[in-house]
Design a protein around this ligand. Structure first.
Ligand SMILES: N[C@@H](CCC(=O)N[C@@H](CS)C(=O)NCC(=O)O)C(=O)O
Length: 393
């Protein structure tokens, strides 16, 4: 994994530190972390193998018999004492968490790291980003190498129940799609049957590889599934022609198409309806309810502000009650509930003023690559979408 100390909002300079292994980073000598690392290594090496139309089972879920939260006393106290949030990201997911040329981290996931730092520390810049591959990410949560993982990670039953982690509110409802070349006859209305005989590439340790294997079996088609450790390698192999088709979350295809397609129309994304549900959101160690509340309500605060039309420019008016009592409470006014969570009363004022509401975070990161919120599952519930927060009272 790669640790990137990025103190700064979008575009601010950050420093790149050396590559380091998970065990080196967390000094894991206890049984739980050894188990977790061994399992992850086994999972990674298994996933590195290419397979043909294989049933790769639950390789994306990780596997850990005995996992314990390693930060005694709670993650909130640990982060407050440290003064910096350790946040796991991809670093290779355009528009979600993508390492910029100057070393800074940009994307919706990176901004949710900043939002948690703003809530806990009053400073959205107090984040150390750790770039993790798909295969590395859950071990980093289990061992406490990161306080929270914001790495386009899909909430699944096995990950939630077997792997020593809990999932927060979905920040982006995604779905798996495929991308091929128009020169090979693929169009936006192509169906999955058309990849019969193709070399299909994706990254290891993901829901993606299991979804496509299961679907190929179901459809009775034969594919050669080749997995790479990181997504940069997948896209490079697609560009080099080694892969006929690549597959991952639709957002990951749209982002790379926007960033790397040689000529407009060369690459096409299909099928129109995704082949899976990929609810993406925060992941943290299990059995730390206080920390779960902090991360969850940070996300909810961005949604409630969005529901009430409160942007970063409106926080003082909201605190003064101009947007009603719920927003006043959420901004730290009369009846505020942040203090009982172990946060300062102005925790969510800091989130909205320094990072923005959900729509502002969307506009900053996803609109530029052509991802539309309107009409998608990511629209507010009042607009027919699934974005919905419990009441702040
Ligand atoms: N959401 C899926 C896939 C996540 C995933 O790894 N997606 C790719 C494509 S968007 C990615 O982000 N790769 C970045 C990397 O490998 O660093 C999961 O949780 O397993």
């Amino acid at each position: 994994m790669t640790r990137i100390r990025a103190r700064g909002l979008r575009g601010a300079a950050a420093s790149l530190a050396a590559l380091s292994l998970i065990l080196a980073a967390c000094g894991g000598s206890d049984d739980a972390s050894d188990d977790a690392s061994d399992d992850a290594a086994a999972e990674e090496s298994a996933a590195e193998d290419s397979s043909s139309d294989s049933d790769s089972g639950d390789s994306d879920s990780g596997d850990s018999d005995s996992v314990e939260v390693t930060q005694e006393g709670g993650i909130l106290a640990a982060v407050q004492a440290r003064g910096v949030l350790n946040c796991g990201v991809s670093g290779a997911a355009v528009a979600f968490s993508y390492t910029q040329a100057d070393g800074s981290m940009e994307g919706i996931d990176a901004d949710y790291c900043r939002a948690v730092a703003a809530a806990v520390l009053g400073d959205a810049e107090a984040v150390e980003f750790t770039a993790l591959t798909a295969a590395e990410r859950f071990t980093a949560v289990q061992t406490g190498a990161v306080d929270v993982l914001m790495r386009n990670s899909t909430w699944t039953q096995s990950r939630d129940t077997e792997v020593g982690m809990d999932f927060g509110p979905t920040t982006y409802y995604d779905g798996q799609q495929l991308m091929g070349r128009s020169a090979d006859g693929f169009t936006g209305s192509s169906s999955v049957d058309e990849i019969d005989g193709a070399v299909v590439c994706t990254n290891a340790g993901t829901t993606t590889e299991t979804n496509i294997s299961e679907l190929a079996s179901l459809l009775g088609i034969s594919i050669t599934l080749t997995t790479f450790e990181d997504y940069d390698q997948v896209v490079d192999a697609f560009i080099a022609g080694t892969c006929d088709v690549i597959t991952t979350d639709g957002s990951g295809l749209v982002g790379r198409k926007a960033a790397q397609e040689p000529n407009a129309g060369d690459w096409v994304i299909f099928p129109a309806t995704p082949i899976s549900k990929e609810p993406l959101g925060p992941v943290y160690a299990q059995n730390d309810s206080q920390w779960a509340d902090v991360v969850n309500w940070t996300v909810y605060a961005t949604l409630i502000a969005d529901e009430n039309g409160v942007t970063s420019a409106d926080v003082d008016a909201a605190l003064a009650g101009d947007f009603g009592p719920e927003m006043a409470r959420l901004m730290g006014g009369e009846g505020e509930l942040q203090s009982v969570m172990g946060l300062s009363a102005d925790a969510f004022y800091n989130v909205i003023s320094q990072v923005g509401n959900y729509q502002e975070i969307w506009d900053a990161n996803l609109t530029p690559v052509g991802l539309d919120r309107a009409g998608s599952a990511n629209a507010a519930w009042t607009d027919g979408g699934l974005m919905y927060a419990p009441p702040a009272r």
